[in-house]
Design a protein around this ligand. Structure first.
Ligand code: UD1
Length: 423
């Protein structure tokens, strides 16, 4: 297993290109299952999660070809061979459940293994299943699989009312409703930019959708969908992560392709901490000119609130803030596994249930640490950039699920970071 060696050093300067969004790509790829005609995605990120979705779609008989070094995904589902998504692939990635809606909508039945994924709490899929039921499907859980069956004549439009906003369940509902007969209304829908991106792509394929980006999405089902070419939206989590690099160790970095609208609530917290963010034609320029950042309180919320996927990285920044910060995690239980690792580097953090209080220290010290999930792993790298001495982050396979070329991107702006193979 690879590890990453980070040596804390001075200020950073330069440009970091931001890739297409992993989470958008993972919901856009299953959209190919809705149509016989080709769907091509450009600006795709080159990540192991995208390769896992590729293997899953191929196992269903879809053609998925990675072009231009993986930045373009040419897909076609004209000759699917099965509607069963096997445990062996699904267990590797929770987003695999997103094939359920499209398969059910186009073929009237699907069998999808219950997923695994990051170890950040229970993460059930009950809302995905309830959404399919609201469209008339019968759902049966047997042998670790969801067996879904549409009524004769296919899924029927209906009202899907979520008790709270779920990104994945909204995406599954949206995908399925495009081919359901009649009108579907998704109430309490998630509003994330990845959902807006999915709706825009589905519309290019011929779907009739209104209201994406608000809490109510209305879909008028159509007979069939066609092909499309779509550019994957910028990854707001990768963007926020690299914006934190100059914030933790000083300097000025421009994140190419970034816009404030993708990370507005995050920018408000950076501003409160004393970090400046400026939007230009190129992207977002982030600078830290003060000696120490100020403590700020952060509560994670669904979009447009502060993203849970940036909580661990923000904690890395606040470890060396002047004062105490309170971080409240409202989306996932058990998402502070990075806290004990940061403590190994000299951070002072008290965790009580869903709340972590970070008492800022002057400086962190490098240490061997272990990545526990995707976002936790990159928070340890950020902490290492600011720490005195060497930090070795092990178990970086989590990192490769969500960040392409992290070492290259950070080295290019002056960070001392390298990958150690096979440790
Ligand atoms: C997506 C993102 C993930 C991000 C999360 C929240 C992808 C591939 N992943 O995950 O990076 O952290 O949004 O922004 O896009 N829940 C249920 N039942 C369900 C579904 C969800 O109880 O059927 C709960 C979850 O346990 C969690 C909350 O709802 O507490 C929100 O989860 P959800 O928005 O569904 O997250 P994901 O779509 O899994």
């Amino acid at each position: 297993m690879d590890s990453i060696l980070v040596t804390g050093n001075g200020p950073l300067s330069g440009d970091i290109p931001i890739a297409g969004a992993k989470n958008a790509c993972l919901t856009l790829m299953p959209a190919t299952l809705l149509s016989e005609e080709p769907l091509t995605l450009t600006n795709a990120p080159r990540l192991s999660d995208i390769r896992t979705m590729t293997v899953l779609l191929q196992s269903l008989g879809a053609e998925v070809t990675a072009l231009q070094d993986g930045k373009v995904l040419a897909m076609s589902s004209h000759g699917l061979t099965t509607q069963r998504a096997d445990y062996d692939i699904v267990r590797k990635m929770r987003a695999s459940i997103l094939v359920l809606g499209p398969l059910l909508a186009r073929f009237g039945h699907a069998e999808v293994s219950l997923p695994g994924g990051c170890a950040i709490g229970a993460r059930p899929v009950d809302l995905h299943l309830k959404a399919m039921e609201a469209l008339g499907a019968e759902m049966d859980l047997r042998d670790g699989y969801v067996h879904a069956k549409a009524p004769a004549g296919g899924l029927r439009g209906g009202i899907i009312e979520f008790p709270f906003a779920s990104v994945g369940a909204t995406e599954n509902a949206l995908l399925a409703a495009t081919l359901a007969k009649g009108t579907t209304e998704i109430r309490n829908a998630a509003r994330e930019p990845e959902i807006v991106d999915l709706a825009q792509c589905l519309r290019k394929m011929g779907a009739q959708i209104e209201g994406e980006g608000s809490s109510t999405i209305t879909i008028q089902g159509v007979e069939r969908l066609g092909g499309a070419t779509h550019r994957v939206v910028t990854d707001r989590i990768e963007l926020g992560t690299y914006m934190l690099a100059p914030a933790v160790c000083g300097g000025e970095v421009t994140c190419l392709g970034g816009t404030i609208s993708l990370v507005e609530s995050f920018c408000e917290k950076l501003d409160a901490a004393g970090i400046s963010v400026e939007e230009t034609e190129k992207g977002l320029t982030v600078a830290r000119r003060t000696d120490r950042v100020k403590a700020v309180n952060v509560t994670t919320e669904p979009f447009p609130g502060f993203p849970t996927d940036l909580q661990a990285q923000m904690m890395a920044l606040l470890c060396t803030a002047d004062g105490s910060s309170v971080l409240e995690e409202k989306i996932f239980e058990n998402r502070f596994m990075h806290a004990p690792e940061l403590t190994r580097m000299g951070a002072r953090i008290d965790v009580h249930g869903g709340t972590a209080t970070v008492h800022g220290v002057e400086r962190l010290k490098g240490a061997p640490v272990m990545a526990t999930d995707l976002r936790a792993s990159v928070s340890l790298i950020l902490a290492g950039l600011a720490a005195e001495g060497e930090t070795v982050v092990s178990r970086v396979y989590h990192l490769d699920r969500g960040y392409e070329n992290v070492e290259d991107k950070l080295s290019a702006v002056g960070a001392k970071i390298e990958r150690i193979q096979g440790q």
